[in-house]
Design a protein around this ligand. Structure first.
Ligand code: SF4
Ligand code: SF4
Length: 432
């Protein structure tokens, strides 16, 4: 049954093949590609937990791809963008002037989502529920193809992703885009499943595939715009990221001795401290409940420093990214929508509160539901070059940021300045 639902990321109502229904809490995360070093520790922590068995050899629920050339499966985003353009030539545009508070924070997307476009693209077997395609075996074969490969001469031509040429953009660039399933509010995978085998958990919005119902038709693989549902030939079913749900349920006694929710494996393992994961409260109408002391709410809704990945696809993904500062703007706007300039402006010179919240990334394995900041003394003034080339002075205070878990217990306390310790050389001479 098709219905009309509201998607705040595109600032408008849209059609969706199922009735509107919302969870009480929603799994969400912020990744900061400005800090990602592409070490793939997250990738391997997921692999060694969930996808190390026969038939899962090419299955990477977490992957990190080097943009613009890398992709797993190869070209996943470029292919779908091209399909949308073909259905709606020249129409995939935003009107960023129509911003309106929390209802349409980035303006309005005037183009077609994957659900709108599916109705326009008929196939012999009938329309799809969500516009998509099935990648070839070759495209799944090399998860880190073009790893660490920067743009070259081709990308220096004036019209090709050149964007704004002022600092701090680089003319030769790449960045690491870490990806997992976005546990979308309106999942393309769920919409496409003819067996109704995919469901969204009411307690945390995690999207799961019921293995006993799945018959391996791979419609979810086709219909997920992020290509995060994958087929397993040995069981002839599809599988996807399960958001480490036992950890979300506080079932790991080592990490959650009091039973409070913990972050997933990939989040906990992140060496570059680029990840912060949480659960956000959803109100009766299905909107994010106002909760500015939740660090995710603060970064995404209050400050808009973290943006959704390809919001124009229309699934309302719950993964958000702080756009990398050095990348040409036109490329970033295509990927994260029209909020890019504002997000980079803030991240380039974070104020006192934002700088404090940024310290919470990877500070603890339990999910932080609330933060507080205790003021400290001013420790520095730093000259910062802003994206428009102008100079700005950043004041840095050594504030203490305190994080609390779901039960209200304090689980972390960090200062803005990292403490340093000097070892007495005569005490611990290293003999190796
Ligand atoms: S990212 Fe893909 S697999 Fe995950 S919920 Fe969204 S549509 Fe489904
Ligand atoms: S562990 Fe963190 S820093 Fe390393 S590749 Fe993954 S997201 Fe990037």
């Amino acid at each position: 049954m098709s219905s009309t639902v509201y998607n705040w990321q595109i600032g408008r109502a849209m059609s969706y093949p199922h009735e509107e229904r919302h969870p009480h809490w929603q799994f969400a995360f912020v990744f900061n590609p400005n800090r990602c070093i592409g070490c793939q520790t997250c990738t391997m922590s997921c692999k060694s937990t969930w996808t190390f068995s026969k038939g899962q050899e090419h299955m990477w629920w977490n992957n990190v791809e080097s943009k613009p050339f890398g992709g797993y499966p190869q070209h996943w985003d470029a292919k779908l963008l091209a399909m949308l353009e073909e259905v709606n030539p020249g129409g995939q545009t935003w009107d960023a002037s129509q911003k309106d508070g929390q209802k349409q924070p980035y303006g309005v997307f005037n183009g077609m989502t994957i659900f709108d476009a599916a109705e326009r693209r008929l196939r012999p077997e009938g329309p799809q529920m969500a516009l998509g395609y099935l990648p070839t075996d070759d495209e799944w074969r090399s998860p880190n193809i073009y790893e660490d490969t920067p743009t070259g001469q081709n990308f220096q031509k004036p019209d090709q992703y050149s964007g704004n040429v002022e600092l701090p953009e680089h003319s030769v660039w790449f960045f690491h885009l870490a990806r997992i399933c976005n546990h979308c509010t309106y999942p393309g995978c769920l919409a496409s499943c003819p067996r109704n085998a995919i469901y969204k958990r009411p307690e945390d919005g995690v999207v799961l595939i019921d293995q006993s119902r799945c018959r391996g038709y791979r419609r979810c693989v086709e219909g997920c715009p992020y290509k995060k549902s994958m087929y397993r030939p040995t069981t002839q079913t599809s599988e996807k990221c399960v958001a480490c749900y036992p950890r979300l349920e506080g079932k790991d006694p080592t990490i959650s001795p009091t039973g409070a929710p913990a972050e997933t494996r990939c989040m906990s393992a992140c060496v570059g401290k680029i990840r912060l994961q949480g659960l956000v409260k959803i109100d009766e109408q299905g909107a994010w409940a106002n909760d500015p002391k939740n660090p995710l709410y603060y970064l995404i809704r209050e400050r808009q420093v973290a943006l959704p990945l390809y919001p124009q696809f229309g699934t309302e993904p719950n993964g958000f990214y702080i756009p990398p500062r050095w990348v040409p703007r036109s490329y970033l706007v295509q990927m994260f929508g029209p909020g890019v300039d504002y997000a980079i402006e803030q991240y380039s010179c974070p104020d006192r509160e934002l700088l404090g919240i940024l310290q919470l990334f990877r500070a603890n394995r339990q999910i932080i539901f609330r933060y507080e900041i205790e003021p400290g003394k001013k420790v520095a003034e730093v000259e910062v070059t802003m994206p428009n080339g102008q100079s700005k002075t950043q004041e840095i205070f050594n504030d203490t940021v305190i994080g609390y878990n779901k039960l209200g217990e304090e689980v972390v306390r960090v200062t803005v300045e990292e403490p340093t310790f000097e070892r007495d050389a005569s005490m611990h001479v290293n003999s190796i």
